[in-house]
Write a protein that binds this ligand. Sequence first.
Ligand SMILES: O=C(O)CCC(=O)C(=O)O
Length: 291
Amino acid sequence: MIDLSSSQLESFERDGFLIVPRLIDPAEADRAAARYEGLFRGEFETGIEPDEWNWREGRDPPDRTRQICNGWKADRAIAGVGLREDIGRACALLAGWPGARVQVDNVLWKPPGAKSLGFHQDCSYLEWLNPREMLSCWIALDDTTAEGGTMELARGSHRWGDFPMAEQFHAPEDYRKGMREAAAAIGVEPEIVPVVVPKGGGSFHHGWTWHGSGPNRGDRPRRALVTHCISSAARFVPGRIGQGTGRWYGKYMRHDSDVMDDNYFPILWTKDSGRSAWIDAYVRREPATIR
Ligand SMILES: O=C(O)CCC(=O)C(=O)O
């Protein structure tokens, strides 16, 4: 159970991230990792295709970092980790929200030799959300090393201001370029911290913290599962729905309301016990209750 201390909350406030050596049981990390190969081959346990499926065998170069977004919809072993109540609680506490809902999860697989992911700020993709805030929990499913292409975070960069979306997210030549330019623009020297943890460990990062990852120069895969939370009270911004990742997730907005439906953006935790009632039955593979 993830339970953060007040000194961890303070350190997050200062740095814009928090590294935690153990977030989940390593055996749980193994169970989620065991789903990756099948998922990227298109074997979806629930029969539902995830919202984004950015790497396919035979179609995409083998040296790319593989990414699926909203794997929880396709596979309940992924949902069992990514939709944990304690992840939502920790994200809400760190962000100062009344509760947390999932905007999207990321199933990330960087095999040996795979290229980088460009540094970016998550909130730069979220013009379509109000409040435009995000807090993410990144869980390593393999032991990570600096040379193995683990995620890197720029200390204190949540206070640098808001910059545009990354020029190139997948496999840029110079993966730290955008972050270095942002640091230069405001006159600071970036301090980069790699998330080096055993499997089951990971980090939380603020939505404006610059982060990315280098190539995997190691000999083992680097897999991670990320839950990107937003406030349980977040709403769509109708006039901006096609901006950033609203291009994919704006389709879940009703034409006559800005309310976010927890069927697509599950509520993990709220102060008033407002966790989406269906999540736990879904993860246990129980038949849905039809009202
Ligand atoms: O794992 C990575 O390389 C980057 C992940 C990322 O961009 C994120 O968690 O927001």
